[in-house]
Ligand binder design. Sequence first.
Ligand code: PHE
Length: 346
Amino acid sequence: MNNYNIEDILKEISQNFKNFTTEIENIESMESLYVLKTKYLGSKSFIINVLSNIKNLPNDLKPVVGKEANIVKKQIEQKINDKEKYFKSLQFEQELLKERIDLTLPGTKLNIGRKHIISQVIEEIEEIFIGMGFNIAEGPEVETEYYNFEALNTPEDHPARSLHDTFFISENILLRTQTSPVQIRYMEKNKPPIYIISPGKVYRRDYDISHIPMFTQIEGLVVDYGINFRNLKWILEKFVHEIFGKERKVRFRPHYFPFTEPSAEVDVSCNICNGKGCRTCGGSGWLEILGAGMVDPNLYKYVGYNADEISGFAFGMGIERICMLKFGINDIRLFYENDLRFINQF
Ligand code: PHE
């Protein structure tokens, strides 16, 4: 540019732009676009060189060259920007394609939880008794010896106390071995008429095919004016027919519980042999389902009732046992092993 021929300078500038336009046509990647950008707009590029040398030109050429070089510089910048945008949108489209979701593919199946069979049967039993006018009452699983034994007519030297293999937490504090303590707790706080059932967990030191250390019972208690054994029989028969079916027979066998007098164990006719006797019922034709009896009047002393005015009955059943009989399950431990192949059947 030393001879300052304006024609030549302008020609060179337009040639530079022409070269640029042909080269940018062939650019196919962002990387080579950046290389091109350095070549045409970098500090060593032709156009930048022209612009920084303007100060050396004769005054009359300065505006002409300056104007032209700036126009070309702007155009180069514009074209590079456009190309850059184009590559970016291309890249975005490709990313979208890669991430495309096939909506027609089947989704991952969610494993929907369900109520445990024991909870289902508890609810079924609750509904039967609620239908007969009973309320639901609950009590603590950690109990005192007083509520679990003493107030249930089972003093320390009573042989029944050794029948229960009890988990003691400390002296006088234990895991309840039965739901019967709820009877006492409820009577302490309420006056007759009382119609309650009380479901809950109970604990005994036992483990085999028909015993586990934690299981579920439902207690029943009725205390009212003029309650007698026939009322107990009617209610339990009604319950058995609801839960096992109308064709099942019910029988009461004399038994002993410290807190009921008279006491009975209640059997239901075996559904496998229809009462004829088979392996399931041990040849007897009957299956034991619960314990029951008239509330021993002694209990009323503990809760301040007048035994001459009122009377009542109580019953207690193991839910796992009811489930086993209802569904033909032969090992109580299955309920708590949490094997989904078992649990999902209900
Ligand atoms: N609590 C007794 C048991 O666990 C069952 C029972 C309850 C018996 C109520 C009679 C009355 O064996």
